[in-house]
Design a protein around this ligand. Structure first.
Ligand code: IMP
Length: 413
């Protein structure tokens, strides 16, 4: 671990390489212990990671997975869109388990607010798309970023100077437009109440995040940057229009936090040993029904945010190369290797055939268990060869391999 930490350096980003749900939470949990500050840059409550708090499982959407590490400052960056009632609820869940986060929570005043009406617009827009649905999480992400890009959103800094008249006027003006365009009614008083409640708890937690992060760095503190969603869902570089509305790459995370590019000392690309996707859009290596069902059941592939069954398929080397090119990863964390334990052979797409279909190599399966393996030596030869194939094809070393759900089910090389 020490060797790996040295390679990654004091400012490290953890970024999904596929379509999300790669299992970033576990490596973040492991690394957070060694970093001084945890930061989330982009996205909103469309993300979801399951955290066990006080023996009970909870799904968190806004707070970064690293937030459980006691005493560590947590920063939510300007690139985020934040649904305040969800944030309050997550803070409360932690508090009930004896974890007090408010005092160490730092919210960028430039992050945008997701209102309930954004969620309703999200649902209305999906309805209108008919067969062309994106399959969004309906958390209001797209509409909140629409307001941000149109320069007509509310930022968290408003909580510091909440003025009932001005805010209600903004909401009323929105209400007229939103009703006409989407048939969505805004409950101005309810939205105002929610803002008011959030302000009473969070007013003093609003910061200038770039300045704060710069100060952390100057004082020698290390920062773990937690990516949300994943590279192929990036608004610019992903499988548009079947993407999310934020920048999900390493560069997007730095921008979202206001960290200069030369601050970054390392990054981990997280990819499953196979591939999944929720929502619509191309998925070249999607498996046939029987194989997909097998992967889904073995891998527990159901969305943490929406509970939707995930589409399942095989590793696509071209996607990993693309993600590596865009992000410049230091190394890979390949997750959920054990899900492939029962495969006779494992298809891996090396590229495309002339008909546009995936060109599969069928790698030998290992027909034995890798579950809970904790050392490279404990892996069967075929499993080692599978990992080495990823390294050879992407020219990036695999330093972490996930072999089960628990924290200790991880091989560090
Ligand atoms: P939105 O981000 O809710 O607008 O959804 C846009 C697309 O991104 C949909 O296909 C979602 O299923 C997908 N998506 C958004 N967040 C996540 C995530 O955390 N994991 C996996 N897919 C996601």
């Amino acid at each position: 671990m020490d060797k790996l930490l040295k390679k990654l350096g004091p400012v490290c980003a953890v970024i999904g390489a596929q379509w999300g749900d790669e299992g970033k939470g576990k490596v973040i949990d492991i690394l957070a212990e060694h970093y001084d500050v945890v930061a989330r840059a982009c996205g909103g409550a469309n993300a979801g990671h399951t955290i066990v708090v006080g023996g009970k499982k909870h799904v968190f959407h806004l707070l970064p997975a690293g937030c459980l590490h006691d005493g560590k400052p947590v920063v939510l960056g300007a690139g985020m869109v934040i649904h305040l009632p969800t944030l309050l609820q997550e803070i409360d869940t932690l508090k009930r388990a004896g974890i007090h986060i408010v005092e160490r929570l730092h919210l960028s005043g430039s992050a945008h607010i997701v209102f309930d009406f954004h969620k309703e617009i999200d649902a209305a827009m999906e309805e209108r798309r008919g067969a062309g649905k994106i399959g969004t999480t309906k958390r209001g992400i797209g509409p909140a970023y629409m307001d941000k890009a149109a320069r007509d959103g509310l930022r968290l800094s408003v909580l510091q100077r909440l003025d009932a008249t001005a805010t209600k006027e903004w909401l009323q003006a929105k209400a007229a437009v939103v009703q006409a365009m989407y048939g969505v009614r805004i409950d101005v008083d309810a939205e105002w109440q929610q803002l008011h409640m959030a302000a009473s708890l969070l007013r003093n937690r609003i910061v200038d995040a770039p300045q704060l992060l710069a100060a952390f760095r100057t004082s020698g503190r290390s920062i773990l940057v937690e990516g949300a969603q994943a590279t192929l869902l990036d608004i610019d570089h992903g499988t548009y229009p079947f993407v999310t509305s934020s920048s999900t790459t390493v560069a997007g995370a730095l921008q979202g936090l206001g960290l200069p590019p030369n601050a970054l000392t390392g990054s981990i690309g997280v990819a499953k040993a196979y591939c999944t996707r929720v929502g619509s859009g191309e998925f070249l290596t999607e498996a046939d029904i029987a194989a997909a069902d097998r992967l889904r059941e073995r891998g527990g592939e159901y969305g943490a945010t929406t509970g939707r069954p995930r589409r399942c398929g095989w590793l696509d080397i071209a996607d990993l190369r693309y993600a590596a090119m865009l992000n410049g990863f230091t190394c890979w964390n390949i997750t959920k290797l054990d899900v492939l334990d029962t495969q006779e052979t494992i298809p891996v797409a090396m590229g495309k055939n002339s008909d546009g279909k995936p060109a599969y190599d069928h790698l030998a399966g290992w027909n034995s268990t890798t579950f809970r393996a904790q050392s490279w030596k404990a892996l069967p030869a075929q499993a080692q060869q599978y990992i080495e194939c990823i390294e050879r094809q992407t020219a990036i070393p695999v330093r972490l391999i996930g072999t089960g759900p628990d924290r200790q089910d991880m091989i560090v090389r």
